[in-house]
Design a protein around this ligand. Structure first.
Ligand code: CAO
Length: 416
């Protein structure tokens, strides 16, 4: 099956998570992704949080599938020469080094554009160019704090809280992938490459869009009616943390199910969607609430929403999270069990759809990873193992026209 990005050659100068998540996605869709890594060590995640001695860590394998690995010391003249050759015949270069690192290496945007005017140069940085923090190095949690996620996540009586979801890293990588694909389409029209830049702060903020909505509503009316603080608590002049409240117009909460005393994940998320009030009352065996003026409208319910949630929890007390959802789904109530990583890893639906995949690896045996969350009618992305460090060095160099003797010489001086 021909994949849409087949024929697109990408120099993957990325490390850790944000950049690798982007290039991995493009590799799944058919791009020829060549990961350039420092000889001897490679991407730092190969060694981070190892669970098997001498085998690449899952942190690396789960973010670098379907790629090739070329080791190259791009600070040495000989390494730079190889990189220049690669640049001349590639479509995209993706990097997420610290601020200024690519320039210091001698590959500024101007130089790259001179070497290959058709090439797209895609970068992730913590903050956007010209931002007063644009000299900072940034990791996931830093970005979540800088992008508005931390100040709006958690409970009102606790500190700002980090989400487990990689809002700063993989999310930024997904933004970058969209930027690269857009620039590739643009190049079809203009024949020219361009620079695509995405900052982690901007990408987090983009996902916190509804919180900026809330800031403006708060400034106008002084309260936010869907937050647990309303109507009994106080609002300051900034969007508060709302615990597990529903972020849209639908009140919701995480509710205890049978076994919660011993199982920290025996919970469901329950949403009280306005027009579903009648089915909710029927599901709970509370038909008298349907027309009761104290319950009938969302406005009437809000002052005692936690008392309603308590009643629902009493109904849930003898049902597991799965039993509860099986009942509630019949009443069209938006809800889901709180699923653990163990449950997700073994979920037959996710296995069947290719969202959770088992990948054979030369050194590790097989490992689980998250496959493409994007499904196509004409293509099923196939996940293959991440490369060993330098696994494709010879192949890439031969492709660039190097002889076996020249490759030997490059190895002797540790340029590859
Ligand atoms: N050969 C020779 N040198 C190489 C090389 C190669 N193949 N690949 C990288 N290097 C060098 C770079 O030239 C740079 O050297 P200098 O600093 O001397 O110019 C250095 O290795 C890499 O520096 P760095 O700043 O990228 O790395 P770090 O570990 O200090 O910082 C990180 C890591 C992630 C904080 C930083 O890269 C960063 O802020 N990146 C942008 C934001 C980002 O993507 N963060 C998310 C990471 S995912 O959590």
């Amino acid at each position: 099956m021909t994949k849409p990005l087949e024929g697109i050659k990408i120099i993957d100068f990325t490390h850790v998570q944000a950049g690798p998540a982007c290039t991995q996605l493009l590799a799944w869709f058919g791009a020829n992704v060549i990961k350039v890594e420092r000889p001897g060590s490679g991407d730092v995640t190969r060694n981070q949080l190892r669970d098997i001695p001498d085998a690449d860590a899952l942190y690396f394998t789960m973010l670098n599938s379907n790629k090739k690995s070329l080791t190259l010391d791009t600070k040495k003249a000989e390494g730079k020469e190889v990189l220049e050759k690669l640049i001349r015949e590639s479509d995209v270069l993706v990097e997420n080094f610290g601020p200024g690192a690519l320039d210091r290496m001698g590959f500024s945007w101007e130089r790259l554009n001179e070497l290959n005017p058709k090439m797209i140069v895609a970068s992730v940085k913590g903050f956007s160019d010209g931002h007063h923090y644009d000299d900072l190095k940034v990791y996931e949690n830093v970005a979540q704090c800088a992008g508005g996620a931390a100040s709006t996540t958690g409970f009102w009586d606790g500190p700002p809280t980090i989400s487990a979801a990689a809002l700063g890293d993989s999310n930024t990588g997904m933004h970058l992938a969209i930027g690269i694909l857009t620039a590739l389409l643009g190049r079809d029209k203009t024949g020219k490459g361009q620079k695509v830049a995405v900052s982690m702060q901007d990408s987090v903020l983009n996902l916190c869009r509804v919180k900026l909505r809330d800031q403006q509503r708060l400034e106008r009316v002084g309260y936010l009616e869907e937050y647990p603080q309303y109507p009994h608590g106080e609002f300051s002049d900034v969007v508060p943390r709302g615990g597990n409240a529903g972020g849209g117009g639908q009140p919701g909460w995480v509710l205890k199910c049978k076994g919660w005393e011993t199982d920290p994940n025996a919970y469901i998320y329950f949403t009280i969607q306005g027009h579903a009030w009648e089915p909710i009352c029927k599901a709970l065996g509370k038909p008298e609430w349907i027309d009761d003026p104290a319950y009938k409208t969302a406005e009437a319910r809000q002052p005692h929403i936690f008392e309603i949630f308590k009643t629902i929890e009493a109904w849930l007390a003898d049902k597991t999270k799965f039993e509860a959802v099986d009942i509630l789904r019949k009443f069209d109530i938006p809800c889901a069990p709180v699923l653990t990583m163990k449950e997700l890893a073994n979920d037959p639906s996710l296995r069947a759809s290719g969202t959770i995949v088992e990948v054979p690896h030369k050194k590790r045996g097989s490992y689980l990873t998250v496959g493409s969350p994007i499904k196509f009618s004409d293509m099923k992305p196939h996940v293959t193992a991440s490369p060993l460090l330098g696994e494709h060095t010879d192949e890439v160099l031969v492709g660039l026209g190097y002889s076996q003797q020249e490759i030997f010489n490059l190895r002797e001086i540790k340029a590859v």
